[in-house]
Every structure is written in structure tokens, then in C-alpha cells.
Design a protein around this ligand. Structure first.
Ligand code: FES
Length: 105
């Protein structure tokens, strides 16, 4: 079945895969999707490790309210990946604890 590439009302783009780096490894991921969605699509669902109990965390609210999905993106800690679009060449890292700076955006 051929995938539809246009719609009379909704303007959408079929996801284009672009290169990013995730925890030091190259990955092709969907440009423009929220980082969290693109990583889950690629089979990655742990985005941060809690500071005290070292527990893995991933997508929870999906709307930028809970901070469970924060990662270090291009050297910036505490980026909410559920509301941040993926861009080509991003350096995305699993965040340990509060991240390098420790501020929540
Ligand atoms: S999943 Fe809750 S802020 Fe991203």
C-alpha cells in the first residue's frame, strides 16, 4: 500500500530520517518529531537516571509538565524531550541526576 503524501486540509511531512548522536552512538532519527517520540521509535525509552535511587525514567506526561523525559541535548541539561523537536546533528545524552548544571527549564 502506497503511503499518502498529501492531505487537502492538513499539511504534513512524511518523517525524514536524519543523523543524530545518542550517548555517543550514531542514529538515524525522524526530524521534526519530539526527541522522545523519535527515540522511542528507534527503541530507546530510558531518557534519564534519577539522582538518589538511580532509577531509569522515560516518557510520562508527554506534554512538558513532569520532567521525567529530560535529557542533555547539545550540552544543555534538563531539556524536555517530549516537547523539543529533533534536529539533524543533535548530540543527545541520557541525563544522570540533575545534569551538569542542575537547573530545570
Ligand atoms: S514526559 Fe513529562 S515533561 Fe516530558
Amino acid at each position: 500500500m502506497e503511503m499518502k503524501k498529501s492531505h487537502p486540509i492538513v499539511d504534513f511531512e512524511v518523517a525524514v530520517k536524519v543523523p543524530v548522536i545518542v550517548d555517543g552512538k550514531p542514529l538515524m532519527a525522524s526530524r521534526g518529531k519530539p526527541i522522545a517520540a523519535a527515540l522511542i521509535e528507534a527503541g530507546i525509552d530510558v531518557f534519564r537516571i534519577t539522582e538518589k535511587k538511580k532509577s531509569p525514567r522515560g516518557l510520562f506526561c508527554g506534554i512538558g509538565q513532569c520532567n521525567d523525559c529530560v535529557m542533555e541535548v547539545n550540552g544543555i541539561p534538563n531539556v524536555r524531550t517530549c516537547v523539543t523537536p529533533l534536529e539533524e546533528g543533535m548530540d543527545i545524552r541520557t541525563q544522570e541526576g540533575l545534569g551538569k548544571v542542575g537547573d530545570i527549564r
